[in-house]
Write a protein that binds this ligand. Structure first.
Ligand SMILES: [Zn+2]
Length: 220
């Protein structure tokens, strides 16, 4: 998916050199929580979740692969991204860090999902669930999103919150849940969903995504 060298392992989309050349985030500096890294945290207004893990900042080559998967249905790009996120979380788990009781994912409006054919966040969550042997719960619904244009910050937040709902639950949720999304930009969507989880009694909320936008003032 990046260079044209032959692959050493079947099923992998990257050669060993490309794997080593991928940008990474300094997990050792932030103890596997990017909310403790200024280059990330300053760009996320008032995070309502407890932990953030991502592969990298929104930069090349992710900046190339993510739209390939989402908008051009390049399934090899999708497989590559799922593999990379699984590698990160496998390393996280092997390090003995606290694991959630279940995974959930950011919903897509049904019309968009029908158009695209898949929900990328759901596919990421399912790949992670398989890797980490955790249940994946479809917890959220998304109603048609109303335009955010012309609204102030507070109105935008309310508008966003009202466009998501928690599905009816047969049993109480685990105390720790990881919310999976493809990219995190301002954190507004993750915050809206974290509020719903919190209200349903979830104590610890992790957000796991492919990339995060660097905070303003941090050049890559
Ligand atoms: Zn390569």
């Amino acid at each position: 998916m990046w260079c044209s060298l032959p692959l050493s392992q079947p099923g992998r989309q990257l050669c060993l050199y490309c794997q080593q050349a991928l940008p990474v985030l300094p997990y050792a500096l932030c103890h596997f929580n990017l909310l403790w890294l200024p280059a990330v945290a300053r760009g996320l207004a008032d995070a309502k979740f407890d932990q953030l893990l991502c592969l990298a900042h929104y930069q090349q080559p992710y900046q190339h692969w993510i739209p390939l998967w989402k908008y051009h249905t390049d399934l090899a790009a999708g497989q590559l991204l799922q593999q990379q996120l699984c590698l990160l979380l496998a390393a996280y788990k092997d390090g003995g860090h606290p694991m959630p009781g279940a995974l959930t994912f950011v919903p897509l409006h049904w019309r968009k999902q029908r158009q695209r054919g898949f929900n990328q966040s759901q596919l990421l969550a399912e790949a992670l669930g398989k890797q980490l042997q955790l249940p994946v719960l479809a917890l959220f619904g998304k109603t048609a999103s109303h335009s955010q244009r012309g609204l102030n910050r507070q109105q935008r937040r309310k508008n966003l919150r009202q466009s998501f709902s928690l599905t009816t639950l047969a049993q109480p949720l685990p105390a720790h849940i990881a919310l999976v999304d493809d990219v995190i930009t301002t954190g507004a969507t993750a915050n809206a969903l974290a509020r719903l989880l919190r209200r349903a009694g979830v104590k610890t909320i992790s957000v796991w995504t492919l990339t995060v936008t660097a905070a303003p003032g941090y050049s890559l």
